[in-house]
Design a protein around this ligand. Structure first.
Ligand code: ADP
Ligand code: MG
Ligand code: ZN
Length: 203
């Protein structure tokens, strides 16, 4: 438990940014340091898809860390051990709005809560409970990826399919990081195919 003037005083850290910006890597880095400091840690992620359910948070660079998948944010409260000093949460954008209260309760109990999640969805709109989490956090880090089109600093996650649901789990082939100028929220597969050049003489 972290104390301030003898009273429990934890805090909330949020790591946000687009896909591929290194949120999970940064979360894992912070958790590793906590482990080196011999602090007890627990890690949670939303259990979204049973087919790919794995008990790990995984980065695009294949770093992994053991975690507990949970269905709702309430499940986190039930599973957090009083002995834990640090609680990590990945993919927080997929949790229900109660996640804000849950993180607050853990911090009030003296825990350090590290939350990673997408700040924006594939349309460039704020994602789920992330705005509220950013508002109540003691510390915020907004990461950038590399824009796949121009090589600039990417703040957006471009969806490369015609799927219109907000939650479309996937990475490599379905999304790419883009800067504001290269981002196209109206993307459709049909429009992205280059036009066939007109045959010679066909005017
Ligand atoms: P996030 O959790 O934000 O999606 P990860 O931590 O899983 O990001 O992955 C970050 C890693 O992804 C980088 O260190 C890099 O190795 C790799 N990567 C792949 N594509 C990109 C890109 N367009 N921009 C930055 N990193 C990328
Ligand atoms: Mg991630
Ligand atoms: Zn760009």
């Amino acid at each position: 438990m972290f104390l301030n003037q003898g009273r429990p005083c934890g805090w909330i850290e949020v790591v946000c940014g687009p896909m591929f910006s290194g949120k999970t890597e940064e979360l894992i880095r912070r958790l590793r340091l906590a482990q080196i400091a011999k602090q007890r840690i627990q890690i949670f992620k939303p259990a979204l898809d049973d087919r790919y359910e794995e008990n790990y948070i995984t980065s695009h660079s294949d770093q992994r860390f053991l975690c507990q998948p949970v269905r709702t944010s309430r499940d986190i409260l039930e599973r957090v051990n009083d002995m834990s000093r640090v609680v990590g949460i990945d993919e927080a954008q997929f949790f229900d709005d109660q996640i804000v209260d849950v993180c607050g309760k853990l911090a009030d109990r003296g825990m350090r809560v590290i939350v990673a999640g997408l700040d924006q969805d594939y349309l460039g709109k704020s994602f789920g409970p992330m705005p509220q989490l950013l508002a109540v956090a003691e510390s915020i880090l907004k990461l950038k990826a590399v824009c796949i089109v121009c090589g600039g600093e990417a703040t957006k996650s471009q969806r490369l399919t015609d799927d219109r649901s907000t939650v479309a789990v996937g990475s490599g082939e379905k999304y790419e990081a883009r800067c504001r100028a290269c981002f196209d929220p109206d993307f459709s597969v049909a429009n992205s195919i280059p036009a066939i050049p007109m045959a010679k003489g066909a005017r």
